[in-house]
Design a protein. Structure first.
Ligand code: AP5
Ligand code: ZN
Length: 217
């Protein structure tokens, strides 16, 4: 299956995508993670993306679509994918339809995580993750059992993201409303949209998301 997670920064796309990956064996494809890897590598695409990401705007469609196309071509995606943070513009949504059509696939569901902007700033400001395995944590909502030590892999190397500061977050939210929110209507029109209230506790949302996935696949 092919699932899309839509939602503003901090809505919990990454948190829920990792849960679906564990539960259903689907592969999480986060364009944010792929872009951060390109930045770390110092590739041409990474250099161009770095500036834009620091400002909180969206990286150009050409770069993001090329990165996603490469990743979708890898054999591990055959079992199914959860797209986390892609598509983010109408151009990307149309490119995704074309890419999937090439292999006779289509989207099974677009799950929209609906949240309040105000709460998002707090979620993002408290966020950190394990540098070794990527598991996400939060200063007030999800702390590891032993401070500084990852519950999943035992590493003790936590990191925070460069774009998780108040100014950049405000711009990321604005970019979401301007460029990405129209995709909700795009998927609603074709009957693929599932709206989920994503303001509750992580586990409750995970249950609702799982139900939506079972219904769609
Ligand atoms: P990206 O990495 O995709 O970031 P984002 O969309 O801003 O989303 P986040 O990762 O901030 O949030 P999330 O929804 O995954 O929330 P999380 O689960 O971590 O993109 C970064 C940048 O890359 C963009 O700004 C853009 O420049 C570029 N980019 C990426 N894709 C692109 C594309 N397709 N086109 C163009 N540019 C692109 O949760 C947040 C925190 O809250 C965590 O600490 C978590 O533990 C906690 N939490 C989660 N759920 C709950 C809950 N229910 N209750 C309480 N706390 C919770
Ligand atoms: Zn870890």
């Amino acid at each position: 299956p092919v699932l899309i997670l839509l939602g503003p920064p901090g809505a919990g796309k990454g948190t829920q995508a990792r849960m679906l990956q564990k539960r259903y064996g689907l592969v999480q494809l986060s364009t944010g993670d792929l872009l951060r890897a390109a930045v770390a590598e110092g590739s041409e695409a990474g250099k161009a993306a770095d500036k834009v990401m620091k400002s909180g705007g969206l990286v150009s469609d050409d770069i993001v679509i090329a990165i996603l196309r490469d990743r979708l071509a890898a054999p591990d995606t055959a079992k199914g994918v959860i797209l986390d943070g892609f598509p983010r513009t109408t151009v990307q949504a149309e490119a995704l339809d074309d890419l999937l059509a090439e292999s006779g696939q289509q989207i099974d569901a677009a799950i929209s995580l609906e949240v309040d902007d105000e709460a998002m700033v707090h979620r993002i400001a408290g966020r950190y993750a394990c540098a070794a395995c990527g598991e996400g944590y939060h200063d007030s909502f999800k702390q590891p059992q032993v401070e500084g030590v990852c519950d999943v892999c035992g590493a003790s190397n936590m990191k925070r993201r460069a774009d998780d500061n108040a100014e950049t977050v405000a711009e990321r939210l604005a970019a979401y409303h301007r460029q990405t929110a129209p995709l909700i209507t795009y998927y609603e029109k074709r009957g693929a949209l599932q709206r989920i209230d994503a303001m509750g506790p992580i586990d409750e949302i995970a249950t609702t998301v799982s139900r939506a996935v079972s219904k769609a696949t």
